[in-house]
Ligand binder design. Sequence first.
Ligand code: DGL
Length: 272
Amino acid sequence: MGKDTRAIGVFDSGIGGLTAMRELTALLPNEHIIYFGDTGRVPYGTRSRETIIHYSRQNAHFLKSFDVKLLLIACNTASYAALSILQDELDIPVYGVIEDASLRAAELSRSHRIGVIATPATISGHSYRDRLHQLLPDVEVFEQACPLFVPIVEQGRFSPEDPLVQILTEEYLAPMREAKVDTIILGCTHYPLLTDAIAACVPGAALVNSGAEAARAIAAALQNSDLAAPVDQVGTRRYFVSDSTAQFEQNAAMYLRYPLGGSVERIEIESY
Ligand code: DGL
């Protein structure tokens, strides 16, 4: 029986982690959740590993200032660069988004031809490729960095009818179609917003949502755990960003397609 009233902390470089947040709030209505979107420093995926580690540490320290009981790094780029470091440095469970998406893709793929699309940093770390090879020794993994997807999504451009979206999805996804992958890991938490455009480009491929998979894993881990919230607790949500709160609220409305359900405040992340 749960009794831990402390909040769960979640961070991403921007609004992408809201795809995980959406699933977390649906599955865990009793949990308090605090989200930090590093909107002042997005994108992470074109930066060096050292910089991403530095940012991730600051984000984690900020969330730790609320005495969170568990941390979800709802960003593939930060998971690739900093998951093991934060797991070593923090005294709470720390989840990333790469492990559960890999497990799901390995489970879904019949042909064992799997595509991975992600930011340049995540692709350069080959975390998905290496994990998939452990899970399915005969797998063929097709990796594609998509450096322009995060900027267009942060600008609210994700409609499958948008010509810019069509040009970019064709450029990034045509190799997946030609390679006849049957499963594609959306290895960046911003990409689920491009689901319709990606599905139109690679018809029939199963698309794995990394943030949602991690949220489901956390919900399962909390079940019957002392870390879970009391059943009669009504979960609350709070959001923090490192740039404009109005821009975040506007983008989030498009992302979550339901109200954020909590306040949004701006903080100085460089001071953590
Ligand atoms: N949502 C982050 C991820 O999952 C994105 C990255 C970025 O800021 O480039 O990788």
